[in-house]
Design a protein. Sequence first.
Length: 108
Amino acid sequence: MNDEAGFRDEAERIVAWQCIGCGRVEGPQPCVGVCQDKKVTFVAAEAYDAAVARLRETEARLAALQSLANRMALAKPRAGEWERSYRALQAEAQRWLRAAGESAGEGE
């Protein structure tokens, strides 16, 4: 995925204070006189960053698989060369699977 597209759903980060005892979160802001409290859900920035990293890795893997599938679908080997083309694509898929397994910790 190119950098311009990026991860479109990155959330704005808000700096706030969290009580180490009860967990209450407060972000001091200038009051405009219409404040109301509402229940919201937060995640730790570290958990969010890890999820974004996993998403980007998954998107890269998907792009590689889509590229391989596209080449398989559009390949038009010359007469008598289908097996050589098939074996080349198969070897590429095997290399990709080995690399994906190693990056996921399965290849050890």
